[in-house]
Write a protein that binds this ligand. Sequence first.
Ligand SMILES: [Mg+2]
Length: 261
Amino acid sequence: MFKAVMQPIREVLLFLFLAIFSKATGMKSCYNSRATVPSDGSSYCLSWRLAVEANNVRAWRTVPTQCLRYVESYMIDGQYDRDVELIVEQILSYVNQIALSDNGMDAWILDVDDTCISNVFYYKGKRYGCDPYDPSGFRAWALKGGCPGIPAVVGMFSTLVNGGFKVILVTGRDEETFGQITRDNLHNQGFYGYDRLIMRTFRTATDKGKSAVVYKSEIRKQLMEEGYTLWGNVGDQWSDLQGECPGNRTFKLPNPMYFVP
Ligand SMILES: [Mg+2]
């Protein structure tokens, strides 16, 4: 009888002891672990950015206003640079495994804007993409020719060129407006020795109104018909990497500031 009464009392005391002990030591039950994930705006913005990078959110026009500070911090406080550096490490470790042919047609495709050279200072004035795309504003910025090179990509570019690859730069910028200034900007930032810079041309109507996927696919297809082996393709937009002849491997650089369809 005595034993039957004492057993539940002992269990209650043990439970109370454990509850007090875990509170005193800060121990958390396994079922509490969700509480360690912050439910503030930065948590939402991290989810949003991840979904954007994974191409689960598409055709978005502006960065959500509540993510302005988050995207700003991501772009300028070091995480963006670290993310690019890690991707470049992956690219270079893949490059080390490639046995070059002796025909001189081993090629890499690189996008230009926010792949080789950065527009982050322009987008600072556009609230890091919270403001909608402004074609004339971007035109004026690009015509200054002052886009800084993205450091890790400048190094990667040199490694590719010095390693015997033909580096082909493919951009949606048009030749008539941006041809010379883009070549100058690239050169000033250390991008020289590339095989060619391919731009849209509006002299003929053929490139006008073409989506980036169609325009870039056609160029890659043409390059392959010329005999190039496209070992890799690097861009900050999914539209750089989708469509026909994407390349043996594609590498997506981060860009949470804008989406090019
Ligand atoms: Mg780009």
